[in-house]
Ligand binder design. Structure first.
Ligand SMILES: [Mg+2]
Length: 120
């Protein structure tokens, strides 16, 4: 039986779907790298930006300063590259997000969140 909670969750899921795909489209509008550099450019950019996140987090240890806004900005840069990578792979950012949550929920239900391996 479908409950009101199920309907509300469905609506929220569709809102997230819309927002993520809108973001992906907006990110694509600001992607200026060459067509022949698709996939490679955003994959390398994502790795670089993830390093920038790690560097800002590292500075918490070095300086004792927590730059929440700076870390947030770098996470945004990561998100842009993830969206660009999704576009280049012709997959929806929202589908990637939903598939990831489904995978993690399944692992949680089966008690396999801990451990290692892609196919738990
Ligand atoms: Mg950055």
């Amino acid at each position: 039986m479908i409950t009101q909670e199920d309907i509300d969750a469905f609506k929220r899921f569709n809102d997230i779907d819309y927002l993520m795909n809108e973001y992906q489209d907006m990110a694509a509008a600001t992607a200026i790298y060459k067509t022949e550099h698709q996939v490679i450019y955003p994959a390398l950019g994502l790795a670089a930006e993830a390093g920038e996140v790690a560097n800002k987090v590292k500075k918490i240890l070095r300086d004792g300063k927590f730059d929440r806004e700076g870390i947030s900005d770098e996470i945004g840069d990561c998100l842009w590259y993830i969206a660009a990578l999704c576009r280049d792979l012709n997959v929806d950012l929202s589908e990637v997000a939903k598939n990831n949550i489904s995978k993690l929920r399944d692992r949680k239900e089966r008690g396999t969140l801990k451990g290692s391996g892609d196919k738990r």
